[in-house]
Design a protein. Structure first.
Length: 230
């Protein structure tokens, strides 16, 4: 599947990504996360950029990418750069409020070669890698958006529940991480229980949102978990 430009690119994201491309550094990172996913399924907006360092990004290139992003955002407001573990985050504050972040992390595994976004010379993760990363987030973090993203990808026919688990297993294997299906099942069930307790369906006022939440939760229980072969 060929990526397409999202209908509504966040202003700060486009500015920062174009700056990286303009500096000739577009293949030192690869876009992932929600913004990367938008290039394959443009169904929900995001304000931030999540990316990976590519194998060709040395220390000098990495420092230059961070500097370019900082300079691009400095025109808009206060910029702060934070580092923790293998992540660097360039953050923009406007009026004292954080409005945007550009995070780049060390990649632990890659399934397929990157492609390029159609609007700038910057690398983009393959759909397979984006789904695999989203499945890791679903198992390890289990935020409502993680479940909704995987559900929507499957409903759109871009993947299937079984394929999602296959990609998850392969990514776990290549990164040397735990691919135990029993642990994954327990994690997903626990996250679903937490979500249901935190936001019961009868407390969701909007009828459409309540119905959508019900569909997602039912699909995860009846299809996603059923596709996880022990």
């Amino acid at each position: 599947m060929e990526p397409t430009r999202p209908k509504k690119l966040p202003e700060h994201a486009e500015r920062a990504v174009r700056a990286v491309a303009g500096a000739g550094l577009g293949h030192k990172i690869s876009l992932g996360g929600a913004l990367g996913l938008q290039h394959y399924l443009d169904y929900r907006a995001t304000h931030d950029v999540d990316a990976w360092w590519t194998a060709s990004a040395g220390l000098r290139e990495r420092a230059e990418v961070v500097r370019v992003v900082e300079e691009a955002l400095a025109e808009q407001g206060e910029v702060r750069t934070r580092r923790w573990g293998e992540v660097v985050s360039v953050e923009l504050k406007i009026g004292g409020k954080k409005t945007f972040s550009f995070q780049i992390a060390e990649r632990s595994a890659q399934l397929e070669p990157t492609t390029v976004v159609p609007w700038a010379d910057v690398a983009l993760d393959s759909l397979a890698d984006l789904i695999a990363s989203k499945m890791v987030a679903l198992v390890e973090r289990g935020a409502p958006r993680d479940f909704r993203d995987i559900y929507t990808l499957c409903q759109a026919g871009l993947t299937s529940a079984a394929a999602c688990w296959h990609l998850w297993r392969e990514r776990q294997r290549r990164s040397g991480s735990d691919a135990d299906p029993h642990r994954a099942r327990l994690a997903v069930e626990t996250q679903l229980t937490r979500i249901a307790l935190h936001r019961p369906l009868d407390r969701i006022a909007d009828p459409e949102e309540r119905a959508e939440s019900q569909r997602v939760r039912t699909w995860v229980e009846e299809e996603l978990l059923d596709a996880l072969v022990d």
